[in-house]
Ligand binder design. Structure first.
Ligand code: EPU
Length: 339
């Protein structure tokens, strides 16, 4: 077997929360063959398998009594180019932001609003990553996944992925599929998405009136850097909760009492509320208990100041959920996967 299986490995460097949980066994897969061989090895040893990418959407609340298989494959290639529309394929282990940079350096628009999101290409479809008005479903052109039940490869179309807000077929069927590579339809003449939040304003402040995709990427990097902690210096998993979608009646009831509530009407008549606003109003922004806390600048982000355990972060999350439910009647759903 070409991939090396190690035992009793700390997962601290492999999860963006920086939680010091231990993997019973750990291996990195650099190819499809590595993945198949490691799955066969785990089956022969009767070991469960936990597949991870960048570990940026994961909260480890205990040691992992399994083989942790980290996707570490690399490769980016152009599959087709008609002069305007360019389909690019990237291996699952490619880190997301450098991949976005690669597309921009090649003059391709489409992923610029998703700049600086931590994690890997293979993890991106899991929760249909999104930011500043764009989700990967908007530029998705297909993916190849290994079916762990049959061992076969399957090519997924957009429809089959069942993408929704921070959700997908893969998230709803945990453990079934291993995403091996993902394809994106990008554009040399792409229309830019500038209407979400402060993007247009940030560009105007910089005196940019005819922005390129690279300008948009740089503006978004600067906006994110102001509000979101860098996992390299402060452990976190980005937004810890999804923005809840509630009935129009409940949204109105909250608005009556709190006219400042941040709310986005949805096509189906329901209303998406800014969870960060609810959590801040409930008084949790900047809260710290030991090394687990709520970020000072963005209440939607839970942080590990150093030695927090996953259980402590989870306990804090549950307290916030209980308090927001009591105050606003709104249930907050966690975004990261809990192990
Ligand atoms: N807000 C507060 N207090 C806070 C945080 C936010 O009042 O502490 C208010 C803001 O003032 C704003 C509104 O809530 O009016 C929305 O805030 P923001 O634009 O920062 O976005 P968000 O809804 O908190 C979502 C995504 C982010 C993504 C941004 C930008 C979710 C769960 N999160 O955050 O995604 O970067 O929009 O598009 O949908 C992630 O998923 O890890 C992530 C960072």
């Amino acid at each position: 077997m070409s991939a090396k299986v190690e035992s009793q490995v700390s997962l601290k460097p492999y999860n963006s929360f920086g939680i010091d949980a231990e993997a019973l066994h750990f291996a990195q897969a650099r190819s499809d063959d590595d993945v198949r061989q490691l799955l066969a090895y785990a089956a022969s040893e009767d070991l469960p398998v936990l597949v991870i990418g960048g570990g940026s959407n994961l909260l480890l609340t205990r040691d992992v009594t399994a083989l942790v298989l980290r996707m570490n494959s690399s490769g980016i290639r152009v599959l087709s180019d008609d002069g305007e529309r360019v389909v690019v394929e990237a291996e699952a282990g490619e880190p997301w932001h450098p991949f976005v940079q690669w597309t921009l350096e090649h003059g391709l628009a489409g992923l610029e609003n998703l700049s600086l999101i931590p994690g890997t290409v293979g993890a991106a479809p899991m929760q249909n990553i999104g930011a500043y008005g764009v989700e990967i479903k908007d530029v998705f052109a297909g993916l190849t996944a290994l079916d762990r039940q049959t061992g076969d490869l399957h090519e997924f179309s957009l429809e089959e992925c069942e993408f929704a807000y921070r959700d997908s077929h893969f998230k709803r069927n945990p453990g079934r599929w291993i995403i091996l590579r993902v394809r994106f339809a990008l554009s040399r003449v792409g229309a830019l998405h500038l209407d979400y939040g402060p993007v247009r304003q940030r560009l105007a402040d910089q005196g940019i009136t005819q922005p390129t995709a690279r300008d948009v990427s740089e503006a978004i990097c600067s906006i994110r850097a102001e509000k979101l902690p860098d996992p390299a210096t402060l452990g976190n998993a980005g937004s810890f909760f999804k923005n809840p979608v509630v009935s129009a009646e409940l949204a109105q009831c909250i608005r009556d009492q709190h006219p400042g509530v941040v709310a986005y009407p949805q096509a189906d008549g329901r209303v998406k509320l800014a969870a960060g606003w609810l959590i801040e109003q409930a008084g949790w922004k900047g809260y710290r208990d030991g090394d687990a806390g709520v970020h000072r600048m963005q209440a939607l982000v839970l942080v590990n100041y150093g030695q927090a355990t996953g259980e402590q972060v989870h306990e804090l999350a549950q307290k916030i959920q209980g308090d927001v439910l009591e105050r606003f009647g709104v249930e907050l759903e966690m975004e990261p996967n809990l192990y």
